[in-house]
Structures are given as C-alpha cells and as structure tokens.
Write a protein of this length. Structure first.
Length: 325
C-alpha cells in the first residue's frame, strides 16, 4: 500500500557533515494518502476516547497553546498558594524511528481495534525497505525493522497509541503534560518534597523501577525476548559464537531484573526465574513452527525440502534445532 519517495531533513543546530544529523521524510503517493485517511476515519473516534487526557498532540480540539496554558496556570496557582513547582522535561532521541512494530500492533489489539483494521495496519507497517542514494550511487535496499512513517497522519496517531501506557502520577501534586513526544513532569508543593516526588515518578520509569519481579519478567518475555527470537526457527542453528551473544544478553537482562550481585552465577539466576536458555526457547519455537509446516496444505510450503537433520552435512540447516541434545 505504501510507496514512499524519501528526501532528507537536517535538524537545526546539527552538523551538516554528519549523516546522523539527517532523517528521512516519507512523501506518500496520493493513493497511500487516501488509504491512510480511510484507516484514520475508521479508528480515530475509538482511539481518542481511550487515550490518556494529558496527551495534547495530534488530537482534535487540543493544541500546544492549551497545554502551555495548563502548565502556566498550575504554576501560577501554586505560587498563589505559597507552593513551589519543579519540572523535568523529557525528550527521546529519534522517537518515531524507535517505535516497535509488533508492540504497536499488540497495543492496537488491547484497544479493541477491529481485527480487519489491525491486519491492514500490519501489512502497512511490516516489510518496509529503504535505500540511500549518494550522488549516482544507489546501494542495495535494507529492511526497516522499526519506526513509523515520518509525515504520515496515521503514523502520528499510532505514536499516541504507542506511548499511551506511560505511567500516570500517583498523587495530585505531580502532573504529566505531553505533546507528542515532548513530555513534562511537574510537581507542586513544599520545596523539600518536590525533588522526592519527581524522583519517585522517574524511578517508576527507569531501570531501577519498583515493579514487582513477576511484572519485570513478564515485560521481558512479552516485549524483549520476542524481538531476540524473531524467525529463530530459520536462523537458530547458526554458529554457537552468534547464539552466545543472545544468551549473554538474556543473562544481563535477568541479572538486572533480579538486581543480582556479581558473585551469583547466571545459571542460578535463570533457575530462580524459571527462565529457559535461549537454545531451549529456540527449540520450543522450532518444534511448534515445523509442526505447522508439516500440517500446511499450501503447495508452496509443502514443496520446501525435507531432510534428515541428524545427517552431518545438514548440521547448519534449520531443522537441526529439532534434534535432542
């Protein structure tokens, strides 16, 4: 559905000679714009009533001026009552480029968007590719693993959905003020309490979050590990040197989840969390995947070569993941 013609835009105060100073701008074709308008018309009302009220970006009848008024009045009201107001301003670098596609689709499901729309959005977001022309040189295309289309109306709405689960403040003194990816966290009260309140909110957001162990593990299993294991039934039989890197990444995450000291071995941390090794997890995924392959009635799938994975010459082929250790 998408056919983009990419130009580039240099952000202000960035070095013009540094490639990272530029970002692509996607110019949609007329047909794509019409398709986006149709999608947006079908989902906008359903989405808006479920978005957090603190988000003023890309929403009907809300603007930066209204958010600025809200911030100003809270500050002035606090001053009139003899209170101080402190604020932390958050800005995520290249935020639109960091949106995880599968995570966004999951959040659309949570918002109960019709399945037909979600499937259409999935085809719109997945399988995108890009290439950069330098002079007359045009290298081969590369896949885009994450991100939303810059300059897209529906992309802005999807971004609001993606960050809609940002933690809300737990007290009436601390307030969130958002406009798209710009976030201000404000706290009003006695000067000696403001810093504590702001730090408390940020610790909910940071690596040392006070989330329960089970919730941290759930986040890893549902958000991080699926990315690390995507398509592993195909590449999971790669050389051990490559797989060790993924095992190491999981070990680091497990230690962060549990705040384990350096002297506790990784295998004990994994055992405590009942966390399968990446190799074991890949084997489980591969077993389910190849069972579906065997039961497929699609002629093209049925035509995929079959072989004995225990044969020495087949040791780097995908089906070797099915072998017993």
């Amino acid at each position: 559905m998408e056919n983009c013609y990419n130009s580039s835009h240099n952000k202000t105060r960035k070095k013009t000679t540094n490639p990272s100073s530029y970002r692509p701008i996607c110019l949609l074709t007329t047909l794509s714009k019409i398709a986006e308008a149709i999608i947006l018309n079908r989902i906008e009302d359903t989405i808006d009533i479920q978005l957090i009220p603190y988000q003023f970006g890309f929403r009907k009848n809300l603007s930066t001026v209204q958010q600025l008024l809200r911030i100003t009045e809270f500050v002035r009201e606090g001053m009139d009552e003899g209170w101080d107001t402190g604020a932390v301003f958050l800005d995520i670098a290249k935020v639109f480029d960091r949106v995880w596609t599968d995570g966004l689709l999951y959040k659309l499901i949570v918002l109960r968007i019709p399945g037909s729309i979600i499937r259409l959005v999935a085809t719109y977001l997945r399988g995108r590719r890009f290439s950069i022309r330098v002079g007359s040189n045009l290298p081969s295309e590369r896949a885009i693993a994450a991100g939303l289309v810059q300059g897209s109306k529906v992309g802005r709405k999807f971004f609001n959905i993606y960050i809609n689960d940002i933690p809300s403040s737990r007290n009436c003194q601390t307030r969130l003020c958002l406009f798209a990816d710009d976030t201000a966290v404000m706290s009003t009260g006695a000067s000696n309490n403001i810093t504590n309140e702001l730090n408390s909110y940020l610790d909910l957001l940071g690596r040392k979050s006070k989330l329960s162990l089970s919730n941290k593990l759930l986040l890893y299993k549902s958000l991080v590990r699926p990315v690390m294991s995507y398509a592993s039934p195909v590449w999971g039989a790669a050389a051990k040197s490559h797989l060790i890197k993924l095992e190491s990444a999981q070990n680091i995450t497990a230690r962060q989840i549990t705040n384990s000291p350096w002297f506790i071995r990784n295998r004990y941390v994994a055992k405590e969390l009942k966390l399968k090794s990446m190799k074991e997890y890949f084997k489980k995924l591969s077993t389910n995947f190849f069972n579906k392959i065997e039961n497929s009635i699609n002629p093209a799938v049925q035509d995929i070569p079959k072989y004995d994975p225990s044969h020495p010459k087949k040791k780097r082929r995908p089906r070797t993941l099915l072998l017993s250790d």
